[in-house]
Structure formats: C-alpha cells, structure tokens
Ligand binder design. Structure first.
Ligand code: SF4
Ligand code: SF4
Length: 388
C-alpha cells in the first residue's frame, strides 16, 4: 500500500458523521433489501457486519481524504465473497461448476457484464441475445445486468471497473500482496491490446452469433463456471482460460503491482473506457502543482498515466477512477473533478460528489454477495459445508 502524503484539511468528527448520515440510511435500505430483516442469527450477524463495515469505511474515506485504500478493502472483499457465493449457488442448483449443453439450452447460464460488448450488434440486427441465459429472473439475469450496466456507465463510466467489477477485485488483491514490484517497467503499448481484443470478439461474435470471448478467452471461468471437458476442443479452451487466469490475474499482478488483466487484456474494460466520455466525473492533474515525481505513473494499476498526462493534465481515457493516484500525489496535484467546473474548485467537494454515487452502487452490488458469503462461511465452520 502506498504511503499517503496529503495536506487535505480533515473535516471534524461531527461534520464527518453528518456527511455520512445519507449513506448510513441508504445503505441500510439497500443491504436489508427492502424485504425486512433476516430472521436467522447468521443472517442478522452478516447484515450487521456488512452494514457497519461499509459505513465505517465510508466514514474513513471522508474523514481521512484517502480513497483507494478503503475502496480496495470492499472491492477485494466483494470479489472473494462473489466467488464463494457464486460457486455455492451453482453447486446448490446444479451440483457442479461445470456447464453442460442441457443447462445452456435451458437458459440456466448466469449472465455477466463481460458479455455486453458482444451481444449488442447481434441484438441490433437479429433481435436475438446471443447468450444462453435467462432474460427475466435468475440471480444475474440479462435484463437486470443490462439495466445495471447502463446506469453505472452513465454515473461513473469506467469507474465500473475500479469499483464494481467482481472480477477486477481479484487482481486488485493480488497486486497488493508484495510491497514493491518485481517487474517495474512495462511497455505502455500493452494498453492498446484490449481494444484489439475487443474488436476481435465483437466481429467474431457477430459473425458466428456466439459469445466468442466467453468460449475462448475469459480467465474468470476458472472461478465461476466452465464447459464440462467432453472433447479435445473443450480441453484446449480449458487450458487457455486456466493459463490466462494464472498468468493475468495472479502471477503478473503479483509481480508488477498492476491490474494486468484490466490494463492489457480485458475487452469489456476497453469497451467501458469509451463510456468515460459519457459521465461527468474525471481525474485531472494540475500541471502547475505537479513536480513530475512520477509517483502517480508508478501507482496507476492500469497504466493510465504517463509523461504526456503530466503535461496535458489528463490521464488516458482508460482511467478506472480508483483514486490511487490522487492518494499518492505528494502535492495534491491530482483530483477528482466534475467536468465543466474550474480545476481549482474545492477538490475535496468534487471527490465527495463522486464518492456518494460510487460508494452507494458498490454497497448495493457488493452487499448481497458479502452477506451471503458470511452466512456460508458460518455454515462451513459449524457444519463443514458451504451449501445451505
Ligand atoms: S489514473 Fe488514477 S484514478 Fe485513474 S486508474 Fe490510474 S490510479 Fe486510478
Ligand atoms: S501529479 Fe503528483 S504524483 Fe504525479 S508526477 Fe505530479 S507531483 Fe508526482
């Protein structure tokens, strides 16, 4: 974790508590699901831990002026909880993580946001969703994921990848394990590879009317679901996705302290970068305050800041809005910013304006998974099984 050197004036305890009040009320509504409090003791315990944890971290974000450290605690926890919860659900529903053709034909494949760039062209031209999932119902139905993606993209653009992607949190976690990077210098040209992969999967998906990225390249099948190995072709696909998971999600993040899958591979991340143009929040650098110390360049997990950014005052449009560069800058030269306002205008207020929607969406998306994972961990401790 990078050390923070900041001169941001801290709000007092009473002011911070007041600023946290709306979040305390909204997160309670979101976490309790509007359906009343859980009845079982593990359920009540999980709700209490999640609610208090989220609000303590939001309080710390506002009180300290630090964003990334507290974001990462929830983001990484969310990813681990998602894996526990998702696999347990699959095993409850099907008895296995393996996907069979019967399950696909029955529309029983949970939908994930990674598929979105591939379905849009076939949807426009053939009025068909080229994914064998459920349109309505299910714990990740196509319709709910599309609505969620659209809302989040309008609110925070590629902040989706920095705050809500349950896959990105795995790399984020691995990238924080070593104190210093073993591999320091990465060729910045790798930043363009995701756009090439995006073009490839969009074209091949449109031509074959099948989600080619899911079938051939998605590393996260290793922790969600995968085709049952019944042929040489599926064996090759399995070797590819397992290798990508080990290389891009575990080993390279450990060695580089970067989110290598997000920075140099993920086509959804490339697609989501384009939505950074649509929303009002951005990260800006004040060249007049910058001493070119390059800490931000070294810290950025997706290589979005380079020498040119320090001159122009803008990171690349691939920025995740994670706040890490804002936290590490010793001169407060980097800020969250609302487009159309002066760069000098109350940077802490700009940061808070971003934090409210970002944190609320994070709590909404992560809350259910974290509570479910806590209940399952209690079940594992008391009964020896994650299955309820
Ligand atoms: S530019 Fe800053 S906010 Fe954007 S991804 Fe890099 S470290 Fe995070
Ligand atoms: S923006 Fe801040 S962290 Fe980045 S080079 Fe300038 S002074 Fe250093």
């Amino acid at each position: 974790m990078n050390e923070l050197i900041t001169q941001t004036p801290r709000p007092g305890l009473a002011k911070t508590a007041l600023l946290c009040l709306p979040m305390a009320l909204l997160t309670f509504m979101m976490l309790s699901g509007g359906g009343g409090l859980p009845q079982s003791p593990p359920g009540m315990f999980a709700l209490a831990v999640t609610y208090l944890g989220f609000n303590a971290l939001f309080f710390l974000m506002l009180r300290t002026g630090i964003t990334d450290r507290y974001r990462a605690v929830i983001f990484v926890t969310f990813s681990v909880a998602f894996v526990i919860s998702f696999i347990s659900h699959l095993i409850e529903a099907r008895g296995t993580m393996a996907l069979t053709s019967e399950t696909m034909l029955a529309g029983g494949t949970p939908f994930c946001h990674m598929v979105i760039p591939m379905i849009l062209i076939p949807l426009a031209f053939t009025k068909t969703v080229i994914f064998p999932g459920t349109i309505i119902g299910g714990f990740a139905s196509i319709s709910s994921m599309l609505v969620l993606w659209l809302g989040v993209s309008l609110a925070v653009g590629r902040g989706f990848c920095g705050w809500f992607c349950f896959f990105g949190g795995l790399e984020d976690g691995f990238s924080r394990i070593f104190k210093k990077p073993v591999i320091r210098n990465i060729n910045l040209k790798w930043r363009w590879l995701p756009f090439g992969i995006l073009g490839l999967v969009v074209v091949t998906a449109a031509l074959t009317l099948s989600p080619t990225y899911c079938e051939w390249l998605c590393p996260f099948k290793a922790v969600t679901e995968f085709n049952a190995v019944t042929s040489t072709l599926v064996l090759v696909q399995t070797i590819i996705f397992v290798s990508l998971f080990i290389g891009l999600v575990i080993v390279l993040p450990l060695l580089t302290k970067r989110r290598t899958q997000c920075a140099a591979f993920c086509p959804f991340g490339a697609f989501q970068s384009l939505t950074n143009k649509l929303n009002v929040f951005e990260i800006r650098i004040d060249p007049a305050s910058c001493t070119k110390c390059q800490r931000c360049i070294q810290a950025c997990p997706v290589l979005s800041i380079d020498q040119k950014s320090l001159e122009t005052g803008k990171p690349l449009f691939t920025c995740l809005k994670c706040g890490k560069c804002v936290d590490v800058c010793p001169n407060k030269a980097i800020r969250f910013h609302v487009k159309g306002t002066p760069l000098t205008h109350e940077p802490e207020i700009m940061r808070r304006l971003f934090l409210y929607p970002a944190f609320l969406i994070l709590a909404t998306m992560a809350g259910g998974n974290i509570q479910d994972a806590i209940v399952r961990i209690i079940s594992f401790i008391t009964t020896g099984s994650f299955i309820k």
